[in-house]
Design a protein around this ligand. Sequence first.
Ligand code: DOR
Ligand code: ZN
Length: 355
Amino acid sequence: MQCAMTTNSTSSINSLTITRPDDWHLHLRDAEVLASVLPHTAKQFARAIVMPNLKPPVTTTAQALAYRERILAALPDGMQFEPLMTLYLTNNTTPDEIRRAKASGLIHAVKLYPAGATTNSDAGVTDLRLCYPTLEAMQECGMPFLVHGEVTDPSIDLFDREAVFIERVMQPLRADMPELKVVFEHITTSQAADYVRTASGPIAATITAHHLLYNRNDIFKGGIRPHYYCLPVLKRETHRQALLAAAISGSPRFFLGTDSAPHAKGAKEAACGCAGCYTALHAMELYAQAFDQAGALDKLNDFASVFGPAFYQLPVNSGMLTLERTSWTMPAELALANETVVPLNAGETLQWKVI
Ligand code: DOR
Ligand code: ZN
């Protein structure tokens, strides 16, 4: 890492240059919304793993390649960005579809949405055992399996659904498929961080900036704050601390994934608001803030730019990204097709800025 570091205390660092990072978990949506959000991500990140939970979901290689073309067509002139495509696993995804996806060279992972777990997950998997032949094909050809790790059993408390998923789904799955490459997506608990740190075999986890910076109190500070609502939901402070410790630990099993998920303002500020935090505009600023607060800016380069490519067996980017310590105010709203999206930290002052 090249950074203007003069002491071990990162609070004296005013400028940080890292290898150009990638976002290993991103929602870009489609059509006009895609056109609104894509430049925000492309400004900061060279590549992103693009989530397939469109309506209808991206379940075939042909659909993923067509979606990739739409993303590239929406990229403003002069911007460099490579979308890394994924398939949405259903009960009916075939082993042949996995082999087609792998052979395309452009589809880098398959995503598990347990049916009913989150936004556009209705077509998701009802019982992972139905998918075993398909998972075996993934294991065989080295296709990463990206897991939304929450049980959907309504009798399990919302805040416990990730921890229960580890026992009920993750451990049995990995015992049956020890060579399957698994990413435990957007982990939110100390149990998930402990599991990923200590488990054997090919496993990693993405961590969002908002789960590093906030805990569940932030959803209810002075009233209900829908823009802090995402899934898996923010947890208590001890979990935030465990995630931060994992992120700055230097373990290559933990890397950056924003889970930036745009929803129109009206869909969030509603009687039944959608889950998702929009962080694409200021993702690296938020990660820099979290690492800075932990005195660990020197760990940001590996987390943001090195460990992800290593897991996905892709080259590290050749460009650089510079952040400066300078105050700026997040806009209250951003354009989203013909509506607006309220970003996380709307109207707040941030301390770092990508230049
Ligand atoms: O908060 C979330 N929003 N979590 C997810 O898993 C999906 C995402 C979305 O697509 O809006
Ligand atoms: Zn997501």
